[in-house]
Design a protein around this ligand. Sequence first.
Ligand code: HEC
Length: 157
Amino acid sequence: MRTKHLVNRLTLGVLAVAFIRCGGGPDTKNGPPGAIGGPPSTEQPSDQASTANLITPADITLGDIDKSMVEKGRATYDVKCQACHSTGPNRVVGPGWKGVTERRKPEWIMNMMLNIDVMLETDPEAQKGLEECLVRMPNQGLSKEEGREVLEFMRTL
Ligand code: HEC
């Protein structure tokens, strides 16, 4: 049972990677649209590709560290992020978070938390991270507020 789950997960992961690599549609050159075995005749724009919901610098205000937000962010980290991220410099599955707010812009970090699918489709740095870690970061379903709290926690690392 467990093995089957693992296999399913791996398959999903491979499919996800293949999807990204193939995203954008150069495949359509391989055959006439609509032909049997060819690509579908109508381009279905992926709704995940929309960058409209991305967090911008104007969405984030950073003041003095807010301790209650840090605690909430830490709690979210413990439950949803710890399996793959250390708070130190070392990679577990994803990169360690030490100094992450110095390496990355706050809106970029927020978008990795809240809009990972769009980021993996459109952002070269996110794509590089995927290539290095070989794992697609799953969407953890955080609210904007939860994401902001995790960002506050990251600022203390
Ligand atoms: C199943 C493993 C997994 C879980 C769980 C996970 N991540 Fe990730 N995360 C990754 C991987 C793999 C990467 C690198 C992928 C990339 O950059 O495209 C990553 C990258 C990131 C980055 C970019 C870091 C950098 O320095 O480039 C941030 C920020 C991040 N994750 C936040 C979170 C938050 C917040 C949570 C919890 C709410 C979380 N992650 C949960 C696997 C995970």
